[in-house]
Unconditional design. Structure first.
Length: 302
Protein backbone atom coordinates (compact mmCIF):
# COMPACT_ATOMS: atom_id res chain seq x y z
CA UNK A 1 0.00 0.00 0.00
CA UNK A 2 1.34 3.44 -0.94
CA UNK A 3 2.20 5.56 2.11
CA UNK A 4 -0.16 8.51 2.56
CA UNK A 5 2.70 11.01 2.25
CA UNK A 6 3.57 9.63 -1.20
CA UNK A 7 0.11 10.23 -2.65
CA UNK A 8 -0.97 13.49 -4.36
CA UNK A 9 -2.49 16.09 -2.04
CA UNK A 10 -5.97 17.54 -2.09
CA UNK A 11 -5.96 21.31 -1.63
CA UNK A 12 -8.89 23.56 -0.71
CA UNK A 13 -8.82 27.27 -1.47
CA UNK A 14 -11.08 30.21 -2.22
CA UNK A 15 -11.99 33.63 -0.94
CA UNK A 16 -11.66 34.35 2.76
CA UNK A 17 -15.06 33.62 4.31
CA UNK A 18 -16.31 31.73 1.26
CA UNK A 19 -17.07 28.48 3.08
CA UNK A 20 -13.74 26.68 2.87
CA UNK A 21 -13.93 25.81 6.58
CA UNK A 22 -16.92 23.50 6.29
CA UNK A 23 -15.39 21.79 3.25
CA UNK A 24 -12.22 21.15 5.25
CA UNK A 25 -14.30 19.84 8.15
CA UNK A 26 -16.11 17.39 5.88
CA UNK A 27 -12.82 16.15 4.44
CA UNK A 28 -11.00 15.73 7.74
CA UNK A 29 -13.94 13.96 9.38
CA UNK A 30 -13.99 11.64 6.36
CA UNK A 31 -10.33 10.70 6.90
CA UNK A 32 -8.14 13.29 5.19
CA UNK A 33 -5.06 14.59 7.03
CA UNK A 34 -4.97 18.38 6.61
CA UNK A 35 -2.12 19.35 8.89
CA UNK A 36 -1.01 19.46 12.50
CA UNK A 37 -1.22 23.20 13.12
CA UNK A 38 -4.73 24.46 12.40
CA UNK A 39 -6.78 27.41 13.60
CA UNK A 40 -10.54 27.46 14.28
CA UNK A 41 -11.45 27.80 10.57
CA UNK A 42 -9.09 24.81 9.88
CA UNK A 43 -6.57 26.89 7.96
CA UNK A 44 -3.21 25.17 7.68
CA UNK A 45 -1.02 27.67 9.51
CA UNK A 46 2.22 26.17 8.22
CA UNK A 47 1.10 27.19 4.73
CA UNK A 48 0.16 30.61 6.10
CA UNK A 49 3.64 31.12 7.52
CA UNK A 50 5.35 30.14 4.28
CA UNK A 51 3.12 31.83 1.73
CA UNK A 52 0.85 34.55 3.14
CA UNK A 53 3.32 37.34 2.56
CA UNK A 54 2.60 40.52 0.62
CA UNK A 55 5.14 40.89 -2.15
CA UNK A 56 5.98 37.18 -2.38
CA UNK A 57 4.79 37.19 -6.00
CA UNK A 58 5.77 40.80 -6.63
CA UNK A 59 4.16 44.16 -5.99
CA UNK A 60 2.58 44.77 -9.39
CA UNK A 61 0.33 42.85 -11.77
CA UNK A 62 1.05 39.15 -12.04
CA UNK A 63 3.54 38.22 -14.75
CA UNK A 64 2.81 35.46 -17.28
CA UNK A 65 2.56 32.04 -15.72
CA UNK A 66 5.97 30.93 -17.01
CA UNK A 67 7.59 33.90 -15.27
CA UNK A 68 6.02 33.40 -11.85
CA UNK A 69 8.47 32.91 -8.96
CA UNK A 70 9.01 29.17 -8.53
CA UNK A 71 9.01 29.27 -4.71
CA UNK A 72 10.82 25.93 -4.69
CA UNK A 73 12.10 26.25 -1.14
CA UNK A 74 8.68 27.20 0.26
CA UNK A 75 7.05 24.29 -1.53
CA UNK A 76 9.63 21.76 -0.41
CA UNK A 77 9.41 22.91 3.21
CA UNK A 78 5.61 22.97 3.04
CA UNK A 79 5.43 19.19 2.75
CA UNK A 80 8.38 18.66 5.07
CA UNK A 81 6.66 20.58 7.85
CA UNK A 82 3.39 18.74 7.40
CA UNK A 83 4.95 15.30 7.89
CA UNK A 84 7.89 15.82 10.17
CA UNK A 85 10.63 18.23 11.21
CA UNK A 86 10.68 20.87 8.50
CA UNK A 87 14.33 21.86 8.77
CA UNK A 88 16.87 19.14 8.00
CA UNK A 89 19.77 21.49 7.34
CA UNK A 90 21.15 24.74 8.64
CA UNK A 91 20.15 26.53 5.45
CA UNK A 92 16.55 25.36 5.82
CA UNK A 93 16.44 26.56 9.40
CA UNK A 94 17.88 29.94 8.41
CA UNK A 95 15.27 30.27 5.65
CA UNK A 96 12.43 29.48 8.05
CA UNK A 97 13.74 31.86 10.68
CA UNK A 98 13.80 34.57 8.02
CA UNK A 99 10.18 33.81 7.14
CA UNK A 100 9.16 33.99 10.79
CA UNK A 101 11.07 37.22 11.39
CA UNK A 102 9.51 38.89 8.34
CA UNK A 103 5.99 37.97 9.41
CA UNK A 104 6.67 38.98 13.00
CA UNK A 105 7.41 42.48 11.70
CA UNK A 106 4.61 42.90 9.16
CA UNK A 107 1.89 40.38 10.02
CA UNK A 108 -0.34 38.91 7.34
CA UNK A 109 -3.49 41.04 7.56
CA UNK A 110 -4.39 44.74 7.57
CA UNK A 111 -5.13 44.59 11.31
CA UNK A 112 -1.63 43.33 12.07
CA UNK A 113 -2.56 39.70 12.69
CA UNK A 114 0.51 37.47 12.63
CA UNK A 115 2.88 39.96 14.22
CA UNK A 116 4.96 39.22 17.30
CA UNK A 117 5.28 35.66 18.56
CA UNK A 118 2.65 34.14 16.26
CA UNK A 119 5.02 33.08 13.43
CA UNK A 120 7.55 31.65 15.90
CA UNK A 121 4.83 29.47 17.39
CA UNK A 122 4.06 28.18 13.91
CA UNK A 123 7.75 27.58 13.27
CA UNK A 124 8.13 25.70 16.54
CA UNK A 125 5.36 23.28 15.61
CA UNK A 126 6.79 22.73 12.14
CA UNK A 127 10.18 21.81 13.57
CA UNK A 128 8.82 19.08 15.86
CA UNK A 129 8.82 15.39 14.88
CA UNK A 130 5.45 14.04 13.81
CA UNK A 131 3.81 10.65 13.31
CA UNK A 132 0.79 10.52 11.01
CA UNK A 133 -2.22 8.81 12.63
CA UNK A 134 -2.95 5.38 11.17
CA UNK A 135 -6.55 6.26 10.31
CA UNK A 136 -5.72 8.97 7.75
CA UNK A 137 -6.68 8.01 4.17
CA UNK A 138 -4.95 10.82 2.28
CA UNK A 139 -3.45 14.23 2.85
CA UNK A 140 -3.83 17.81 1.81
CA UNK A 141 -4.56 21.15 3.36
CA UNK A 142 -7.02 24.00 3.39
CA UNK A 143 -5.89 27.60 3.27
CA UNK A 144 -8.01 30.09 1.34
CA UNK A 145 -4.95 31.79 -0.16
CA UNK A 146 -3.86 28.52 -1.80
CA UNK A 147 -5.60 29.55 -5.03
CA UNK A 148 -3.12 32.40 -5.49
CA UNK A 149 -0.28 29.85 -5.57
CA UNK A 150 -2.11 27.13 -7.51
CA UNK A 151 0.26 27.16 -10.53
CA UNK A 152 3.26 26.59 -8.26
CA UNK A 153 1.45 23.97 -6.18
CA UNK A 154 0.36 22.07 -9.28
CA UNK A 155 3.94 21.93 -10.57
CA UNK A 156 5.36 20.89 -7.21
CA UNK A 157 2.83 18.12 -6.54
CA UNK A 158 2.02 16.06 -9.65
CA UNK A 159 -1.50 14.67 -9.50
CA UNK A 160 -2.68 17.40 -7.12
CA UNK A 161 -6.44 17.76 -6.82
CA UNK A 162 -7.99 21.10 -6.01
CA UNK A 163 -11.36 22.23 -4.62
CA UNK A 164 -12.17 25.88 -5.26
CA UNK A 165 -14.92 27.28 -3.06
CA UNK A 166 -16.80 30.29 -4.35
CA UNK A 167 -19.38 32.42 -2.58
CA UNK A 168 -21.53 35.11 -4.21
CA UNK A 169 -19.15 37.90 -5.20
CA UNK A 170 -21.47 40.74 -4.21
CA UNK A 171 -21.86 39.29 -0.71
CA UNK A 172 -18.11 38.74 -0.48
CA UNK A 173 -17.48 42.36 -1.44
CA UNK A 174 -19.25 43.45 1.74
CA UNK A 175 -17.52 40.96 4.02
CA UNK A 176 -15.46 42.16 6.95
CA UNK A 177 -12.71 39.80 5.83
CA UNK A 178 -10.77 41.64 3.14
CA UNK A 179 -7.35 40.13 3.81
CA UNK A 180 -6.96 38.77 0.30
CA UNK A 181 -7.74 42.16 -1.23
CA UNK A 182 -5.10 43.67 1.07
CA UNK A 183 -2.45 41.05 0.34
CA UNK A 184 -3.05 40.25 -3.33
CA UNK A 185 -5.07 43.11 -4.82
CA UNK A 186 -1.97 44.68 -6.44
CA UNK A 187 -1.32 41.42 -8.30
CA UNK A 188 -4.54 42.11 -10.21
CA UNK A 189 -3.99 45.84 -10.60
CA UNK A 190 -6.23 46.73 -7.64
CA UNK A 191 -5.32 48.90 -4.67
CA UNK A 192 -5.68 46.67 -1.62
CA UNK A 193 -5.65 49.39 1.04
CA UNK A 194 -7.95 52.17 2.19
CA UNK A 195 -11.67 52.37 2.82
CA UNK A 196 -12.75 54.44 -0.19
CA UNK A 197 -14.69 52.38 -2.75
CA UNK A 198 -13.80 49.23 -0.79
CA UNK A 199 -16.81 47.15 -2.01
CA UNK A 200 -16.08 48.10 -5.63
CA UNK A 201 -12.41 47.15 -5.30
CA UNK A 202 -13.25 43.97 -3.41
CA UNK A 203 -15.66 42.82 -6.11
CA UNK A 204 -13.10 43.59 -8.80
CA UNK A 205 -10.59 41.43 -6.91
CA UNK A 206 -13.18 38.64 -6.54
CA UNK A 207 -13.89 38.62 -10.26
CA UNK A 208 -10.27 38.73 -11.44
CA UNK A 209 -8.84 36.29 -8.92
CA UNK A 210 -11.61 33.73 -9.42
CA UNK A 211 -11.42 33.97 -13.19
CA UNK A 212 -7.68 33.36 -13.02
CA UNK A 213 -8.15 30.28 -10.83
CA UNK A 214 -10.97 28.87 -12.93
CA UNK A 215 -9.04 29.41 -16.18
CA UNK A 216 -5.91 27.75 -14.80
CA UNK A 217 -7.82 24.82 -13.27
CA UNK A 218 -9.72 24.10 -16.49
CA UNK A 219 -6.49 24.17 -18.51
CA UNK A 220 -3.96 22.57 -16.17
CA UNK A 221 -6.06 20.36 -13.88
CA UNK A 222 -8.57 18.60 -16.16
CA UNK A 223 -10.56 16.12 -14.09
CA UNK A 224 -8.63 17.15 -10.98
CA UNK A 225 -10.49 20.27 -9.92
CA UNK A 226 -13.88 20.82 -8.37
CA UNK A 227 -15.65 24.18 -8.25
CA UNK A 228 -18.04 24.30 -5.31
CA UNK A 229 -20.46 27.18 -4.84
CA UNK A 230 -21.21 27.87 -1.20
CA UNK A 231 -24.84 28.64 -1.98
CA UNK A 232 -25.24 25.17 -3.51
CA UNK A 233 -23.52 23.60 -0.52
CA UNK A 234 -25.99 25.05 1.97
CA UNK A 235 -29.03 24.56 -0.29
CA UNK A 236 -28.42 20.82 -0.88
CA UNK A 237 -25.74 19.71 1.57
CA UNK A 238 -26.19 15.96 1.10
CA UNK A 239 -25.58 16.21 -2.64
CA UNK A 240 -22.59 18.47 -2.01
CA UNK A 241 -21.13 16.05 0.55
CA UNK A 242 -21.48 13.18 -1.93
CA UNK A 243 -19.74 15.28 -4.60
CA UNK A 244 -16.88 16.29 -2.29
CA UNK A 245 -16.28 12.74 -1.07
CA UNK A 246 -16.42 11.28 -4.58
CA UNK A 247 -13.91 13.86 -5.78
CA UNK A 248 -11.63 13.12 -2.83
CA UNK A 249 -11.92 9.36 -3.29
CA UNK A 250 -13.23 8.92 0.25
CA UNK A 251 -15.96 6.41 1.03
CA UNK A 252 -18.36 6.62 3.95
CA UNK A 253 -21.57 4.76 4.83
CA UNK A 254 -24.86 6.59 4.23
CA UNK A 255 -25.42 7.45 7.89
CA UNK A 256 -22.03 9.16 8.08
CA UNK A 257 -22.77 11.11 4.92
CA UNK A 258 -26.05 12.21 6.45
CA UNK A 259 -24.18 13.40 9.54
CA UNK A 260 -21.69 15.39 7.46
CA UNK A 261 -24.59 16.92 5.54
CA UNK A 262 -25.66 18.50 8.81
CA UNK A 263 -22.46 20.55 9.03
CA UNK A 264 -23.19 23.30 6.46
CA UNK A 265 -25.34 26.14 7.80
CA UNK A 266 -26.81 29.04 5.89
CA UNK A 267 -25.41 32.26 7.38
CA UNK A 268 -27.55 35.30 7.99
CA UNK A 269 -25.22 37.29 5.74
CA UNK A 270 -26.41 35.64 2.54
CA UNK A 271 -27.87 38.29 0.29
CA UNK A 272 -26.38 41.15 2.30
CA UNK A 273 -25.32 42.88 -0.92
CA UNK A 274 -28.88 44.15 -1.29
CA UNK A 275 -28.12 46.62 1.49
CA UNK A 276 -25.70 48.39 -0.85
CA UNK A 277 -26.82 50.42 -3.87
CA UNK A 278 -25.99 49.00 -7.31
CA UNK A 279 -23.68 51.93 -8.01
CA UNK A 280 -21.41 50.70 -5.21
CA UNK A 281 -20.12 48.14 -7.72
CA UNK A 282 -18.85 48.31 -11.29
CA UNK A 283 -21.54 47.16 -13.74
CA UNK A 284 -19.09 44.90 -15.60
CA UNK A 285 -18.20 43.11 -12.37
CA UNK A 286 -21.88 42.62 -11.46
CA UNK A 287 -22.35 41.02 -14.85
CA UNK A 288 -19.28 38.83 -14.27
CA UNK A 289 -20.84 37.52 -11.05
CA UNK A 290 -23.94 36.58 -13.02
CA UNK A 291 -21.85 35.00 -15.79
CA UNK A 292 -20.12 32.81 -13.21
CA UNK A 293 -23.46 31.25 -12.32
CA UNK A 294 -24.70 33.29 -9.37
CA UNK A 295 -28.19 34.73 -9.19
CA UNK A 296 -28.20 38.52 -8.97
CA UNK A 297 -31.19 40.66 -7.97
CA UNK A 298 -32.68 42.30 -11.11
CA UNK A 299 -32.17 45.69 -9.45
CA UNK A 300 -28.45 45.11 -10.01
CA UNK A 301 -28.76 44.47 -13.73
CA UNK A 302 -25.88 45.88 -15.73
Amino acid sequence: MTPVADTPPLVVGGGGGSGTRVVAQILTEAGLYIGRDLNGPLDNLWFTLLFKQRGLLGTGPLPPEAELPALETELRLLKAGLFGPAARSGSDLAFLLGKAAAMARTGHAPNGSGKGLWPYLRLGKGLLPFTLPDDRLGWGFKEPNAHIFLPQLARAFPGLRYIHVMRHGLDMALSGNQQQLYNWGPLFGIDGTGAEDAPRRSLAYWVRSNQRTLDFSARALPGRHLVLRFETLVADPRAAVDEILAFAGLSLPPQERDRLAGLPREPGSMGRYRAAPPEAFAARDIEAVRALGFEVDPAYAA
